[in-house]
Design a protein around this ligand. Structure first.
Ligand code: BYC
Length: 469
């Protein structure tokens, strides 16, 4: 193997050292990835030593190896969960048949589209977050940002591995394009809308990792059920890393909420005047990022979703929990728009699968919001954060053409526009939040608007130098 492609540089459990074809594809792609990382990855921190976790094997002691590393030297690896002998399709028309180790010809395009869409979100999020290092509220948070970024990089590698190994020349071309699209670019945007939105301060970053990464959890879990076994095994391993990203988001917002509640009890109770982010402003950013993330589940009634399920490529969240896995003749009761009115109707289950998954996701988000509300209550403050109705502020699917309040009341577009600044961050909110974003790089110190974490990384104290300045 070459100096660029070696088991030492690219930890893996896919037998890279004897796979000449994969080595050749990666020899061409890896330098382009590094160029992309240096150009589009975290700005200003490429030469610093960061205390990072690297996955060096899938065994429990190998997937969380901690050490200082400079980001461009991070060992992005390729890991699949070990193969389960005798695994069969768990759902769809082929339920009970042996899973596929190669791409089935008739589903090649659909599968490639799923892998590319998943892959595209990973570099997109790194691009969205590239400037945040300049305003980190602490070294602890700065390190967590970079941990998330390098792992999104690894998730890109995971999808590129599938493209290179199973999709021949098309796969190599798609892998190149994953490095060419750019978040927010007018000519070459990222595929899904949410991944073109700027994430230019830390409140948005924490909301993004809470809500958007949680979409990642649900999409990966559905792909982890896939009858295309290499995809299922790849996604299973990715889910272990995704959990940390959601922790960063949920605990980040929780610390901001806690600080707001503390400040409400101090001085004259004016949170903003005391350098915090007030709860109504936090609610607006919640409304914004949650609804953008709802869009990531696709249309409410979708033949794409039905086809992906029927063919055995994409299942439901934890398919094992269900008794019935073919879904022929069953229905899902859901809100739909009929003659200008919202009605509850039975929709053929296969076509409703995006909504089924979104419903699971909403329940999970609610559990997180409940935990934030507990923090507020424990501080003795009377205020509740709420998830807005699923029809509010949608850009994708059947609600996108209509305007709804945060309670789900249908209103006309003009009334919506008149009230939007009270529901979603307006320019003044954005300016205010940005005015608080001043870097704090002294070990153990925190910005004024966020409470300290409960504990440090990997058993280390909060004042540990997580990024060497
Ligand atoms: N924006 O039948 P429809 C993550 C398109 S996040 C723009 O309604 P379908 C991560 C759709 O492509 C998880 N376009 O929906 C998180 C289709 O276009 P074409 C990412 C959209 O296909 C944080 C048309 O509308 N993984 O990992 O059933 C940090 C009609 O589509 C959007 C995946 O998404 C949108 N929001 O479902 C880092 C899994 N929604 O084909 C990472 C793979 C829909 O007519 N992807 N469209 O041109 C999928 O399973 C599906 O593609 C979707 C869409 C669930 C996204």
């Amino acid at each position: 193997m070459t100096s660029v492609i070696s088991d030492e540089k690219i930890p893996n459990n896919v037998d890279l050292s004897s796979d000449r074809r994969l080595q050749r594809a990666l020899e061409a792609w890896q330098p382009k990835f590094i160029d992309w990382w240096k150009q589009m990855g975290p700005v200003g921190w490429q030469g610093h030593d960061i205390y990072l976790r690297t996955a060096i094997s899938v065994e429990t002691d190998g997937w969380a190896h901690f050490d200082y590393v400079k980001m461009p030297d991070y060992r992005w690896g390729i890991f699949l969960e070990p193969k389960q002998d005798g695994r069969v399709h768990g759902f769809g028309d082929n339920a009970g048949q042996p899973v596929w180790d190669e791409v089935p010809g008739e589903f090649r395009n659909m599968l490639r589209r799923l892998v590319v869409t998943q892959g595209d979100t990973e570099p997109a999020s790194v691009e969205q977050q590239r400037d945040l290092g300049a305003t980190a509220p602490s070294l602890y948070d700065l390190r967590n940002l970079f941990q998330v970024n390098v792992e999104e990089g690894r998730h890109l590698w995971a999808m590129v591995y599938l493209l290179h190994t199973y999709f021949g020349r098309d796969g190599r071309e798609e892998a190149e394009e994953l490095l060419q699209r750019r978040s927010g670019d007018a000519d070459k945007p990222r595929i899904l809308g949410t991944f073109n939105e700027p994430t230019n301060h830390w409140l948005s970053f924490f909301m993004f990792t809470m809500f958007t990464d949680r979409d990642g959890k649900y999409q990966l879990a559905s792909l982890a059920e896939s009858g295309f076994d290499p995809l299922a095994r790849t996604c299973r391993f990715m889910l272990t890393e995704e959990a940390h990203h959601m922790f960063v988001g949920e605990s980040g917002v929780q610390r901001i909420v806690k600080r707001a509640a503390e400040l409400m009890k101090q001085g004259n109770g004016d949170v903003r005047a005391q350098g915090g982010i007030d709860l109504p402003t936090i609610q607006k950013y919640l409304n914004f990022w949650y609804t953008l993330s709802l869009d990531l589940f696709g249309g409410e009634v979708s033949s794409n979703a039905a086809d992906a399920f029927a063919s055995g490529l994409k299942g439901r969240f934890k398919e094992d929990r269900y008794d019935e896995h073919k879904l022929i003749g069953s229905t899902f009761a859901m809100d739909v728009m009929r003659d200008g009115k919202v009605v509850h109707e039975d929709v053929p289950m296969r076509n409703a699968l995006n909504e089924v998954l979104r419903t699971e996701y909403i329940k999970d988000c609610q559990r997180g919001v409940d935990r934030w509300n507990k923090t507020i209550k424990d501080e003795g403050i009377d205020f509740e954060l709420k998830l807005p109705d699923h029809k509010f502020h949608r850009q994708i699917g059947m609600w996108a053409e209509h305007a709804f309040t945060t309670d789900g009341q249908l209103i006309d577009r003009a009334s919506w526009t008149a009230q939007a600044g009270g529901w979603l961050p307006n320019q003044a909110d954005e300016d205010f939040v940005k005015s608080l974003m001043k870097p704090v790089y002294e070990p153990g110190k925190m910005a004024s608007w966020i409470a300290p974490p409960i504990k440090g990384i990997n058993g280390l104290p909060e004042k540990f130098e997580y990024v060497r300045m």
